[in-house]
Write a protein that binds this ligand. Structure first.
Ligand code: FE2
Length: 245
């Protein structure tokens, strides 16, 4: 079975539309999301509606939790909080209910585990091999037979623990998980990439040969920027789209 994993769409309808076109060509059996459907950008309802209509499942992101009122966002940067609360005001009650019902973790086919930030904390950033090593030694990691799919950092790539215990960075591109190995895999962000590549990013994973492929899709960044500015959202979020930071 082949599935697609989308993370951190962040209310960017233009990026999502480009990814949808790519998905139509790649024809995965299922699509999952890793949360942060909303926040930062200007089309939250469009993106939550997409998840409700097309995703086989997904998990809650920290911005989703604020938008639906499940979290106060007191640890948020003020401008991020502004955008998350704005998203909440521009969602239908149905969409807010969908966000409120999203779980922190979800197990999927092929022994995969979906999380937003890390297996132990949805708000934790996994940025280094040291952090990945700690996460891979948890109970959650030992329960998952397949890779753990995580987002939150908006950086495509991942980490693998080899049979001999070494933990190595996985650059985005193509990767195959061998028997006896454990991996944390990040699809990158659809709607606000931060790895100096402004193209939308997502992942294809094949449970038959345990192979992952990262896909980058150019989209109309200027259209997404214009919507952020027209909505009166913080200008910094428009600029990040152009820079991929
Ligand atoms: Fe995010």
């Amino acid at each position: 079975m082949k599935f697609a994993v989308l993370s951190d769409i962040h209310a960017n309808g233009d990026a999502l539309a480009a990814v949808e076109r790519e998905l139509a060509a790649r024809r995965p059996d299922r699509v999952y999301h890793l949360g942060d459907l909303v926040g930062y950008n200007a089309e939250p309802e469009r993106c939550v509606r997409w998840a409700m209509d097309h995703a086989a499942g997904g998990v809650s992101g920290n911005h989703d939790a604020v938008a639906c009122g499940r979290s106060s966002g007191r640890h948020f940067h003020p401008s991020a909080l502004t955008a998350a609360l704005w998203a909440g005001e521009h969602l239908t009650p149905e969409s807010r209910s969908y966000l409120a019902a999203l779980p922190a973790q979800l197990a999927g086919e092929g022994g995969i585990l979906l999380v937003h930030g890390s297996p132990t904390d949805p708000d934790r950033y996994i940025c280094s091999a040291e952090q990945a090593s700690l996460e891979l030694s948890t109970l959650f990691a030992s329960v998952a037979e397949g890779p753990i799919l995580f987002g939150h950092t908006h950086v495509a790539g991942g980490f693998v623990r080899r049979k001999d215990g070494r933990v190595e960075h996985i650059p985005p591109g193509e990767f195959r998980l061998r028997r006896g190995e454990k991996a944390l895999i990040n699809p990158g962000s659809v709607g606000q990439p931060r790895d100096r590549n402004r193209d939308a990013s997502f992942l294809l994973y094949d449970t038959d040969d345990r192979s992952a492929e990262w896909v980058r899709v150019p989209y109309d960044v200027e259209a997404a920027r214009d919507k952020v500015l027209a909505a009166g959202l913080p200008v910094v979020f428009a600029d990040r789209l152009r820079d991929g930071t």
